[in-house]
Design a protein around this ligand. Structure first.
Ligand code: GDP
Length: 434
């Protein structure tokens, strides 16, 4: 999936444009605790073109001179993106900083779309002609506050997408390891690939110099391990920032079927862990919680159960994710990981017939009657599965407003008790029956 990055000096309106493009997508996924609203990474669709979008302005470099900050942001865009949206301000004309950004972009030989923001009225839309001088062809006038011109901008962006043919034969399960620095992701990668039973078949570098590794397990199942932030250490300045690390993790998650969410068994869970896990949940990935460095933990017979209970309390929305306690050092239980990934991937693609689903629905309503709000009772008529990866169900009801979160949870639990959906999120959407 192509990656698009927005660059431009401060206050030209990068995050306004980002949020305009991202809005639709953000609105359809539920809020997950721990996932902050100040997003800098999202995915979006325009005319059947899916892409990821980065707002480089959201990556701040405190205590750095103005131009260094901008330079770092533009470097990130050049490294990560296929198409760069260079945003300028119609009301201020071309500034020195704009010219500096233009110079960096010329040298990068990347596809650039020049967008002129704050072109709110016809007069300002005239001013855009000045921006031809930047040398990036036709400027596209937009207004972030009014939402005008975005369609033209998106057209210009998708026109620059590479026309590569997707590898449809690829039957491998794609997975990535996510987690904050030092939890042991690289050690786990090396330990997993170093297993005797694993055959590493190829290492692919792409233009964005990401490295995916393919391997086959004993059963012949093929896996693709997606390279993740923090694993390959390239040593650029901006890689030390947390937002950049989170963004890289999000981009890996977007390409993954299953995510191994790695936490440090000795340190336990931190805020940063929760953010990235929340994103994987929203993205609909299968999730396995991998508690690493278990060799360092003093254990008695209750340690594992206690750790599990604490973790479940802190990550309630990941109740479906299996937990495995491993050590990259001693290789304890690493052998189980490919099998677990495979099972989660199967569960994520499980399809259930409507007839069977409606038996479950009838039984559920018999156990727990639907909520009754001020004399209006929720009526549930029909349940059907509309998608996999993640399994997504539509329930037809008399009034979606009566379909409260608690009843939604109850129905999802009934589905989980009846079918094996371990490791995968489930989406349940209420629609009004016509
Ligand atoms: P990453 O930043 O998540 O990729 O973490 P690394 O793989 O670089 O590991 C960070 C540190 O933890 C290194 O010093 C590793 O040797 C150590 N480490 C990783 N896994 C384990 C483990 O299972 N047990 C122990 N004792 N140390 C580990």
């Amino acid at each position: 999936r192509p990656v698009v990055a927005i660059v431009g000096r401060p206050n030209v309106g990068k995050s306004t444009i980002f949020n305009r493009i991202a809005r639709e997508r953000i609105a359809i996924v539920e809020d997950t605790p721990g996932v902050t609203r100040d997003r800098i990474y999202t995915h979006s669709i325009w005319l059947n073109h899916e892409f990821s979008l980065i707002d480089t302005g959201g990556i701040e470099f405190a205590d750095q001179p103005f131009m260094t900050q901008i330079r770092n942001q533009v470097d990130i865009a050049i490294d990560e993106a296929d198409v760069i949206v260079f945003l300028v301000n119609a009301r201020e004309g071309i500034t020195d900083a704009d010219e500096k950004i233009a110079q960096i972009l010329y040298r990068a030989h990347k596809k650039v779309v020049l967008a002129v923001n704050k072109a709110d009225n016809p007069e300002q839309r005239q001013d855009i002609y000045d921006f031809y001088a930047l040398g990036f062809g036709d400027p596209v006038p937009v207004s972030g506050t009014q939402g005008t011109g975005l369609g033209d901008l998106l057209d210009a962006i998708v026109a620059e997408f590479p026309t590569e043919i997707e590898d449809d034969d690829d039957q491998s399960i794609k997975f990535s390891l996510i987690g904050r620095p030092n939890v042991g992701k690289s050690s786990l990668v090396n330990a997993m690939l170093g297993e005797d039973r694993v055959i590493v078949s190829e290492i692919e570098g792409t233009t964005r110099d990401a490295i995916d590794t393919k391997f086959t397990d004993e059963s012949g199942q093929e896996f693709t391990m997606i390279d993740t932030a923090g694993i390959r250490k390239r040593g650029r300045v901006y890689e030390a920032t947390e937002k950049y690390a989170v963004m890289r993790a999000q981009s890996a998650i977007d390409r993954s079927d299953v995510v191994l969410f790695v936490i440090d068994g000795k340190d336990g869970l931190r805020e940063q862990d929760k953010k990235v896990a929340g994103y994987a949940h929203e993205a609909g990935c299968g999730i396995i919680i991998v508690v690493n460095k278990w060799d360092l933990v003093k254990k008695d017979t209750k340690t594992m159960a206690e750790f599990t209970e604490k973790l479940r309390g802190e990550l309630q929305y990941l109740e479906y994710a299996p937990i495995v306690f491993v050590s990259a050092l001693t290789k304890q239980r690493l052998i189980q990981l490919p099998e677990m990934i495979k099972t989660v991937s199967e569960n994520q693609q499980r399809r259930v017939q409507s007839s069977v689903l409606n038996d479950v629905l009838l039984k559920a309503v018999a156990i727990t009657p639907t909520p009754n709000v001020k004399g209006h009772r929720l009526r549930v008529y029909y349940l059907t599965q509309v998608a996999i990866k993640p399994p997504t169900f539509v329930v037809f009801v008399n009034d979606p407003d009566l379909f409260h979160f608690s009843y939604q949870r109850f129905l999802i639990n009934q589905l989980r008790q009846t079918f094996d959906f371990a490791g995968t999120p489930i989406r349940l959407i209420a629609r009004k029956r016509k």
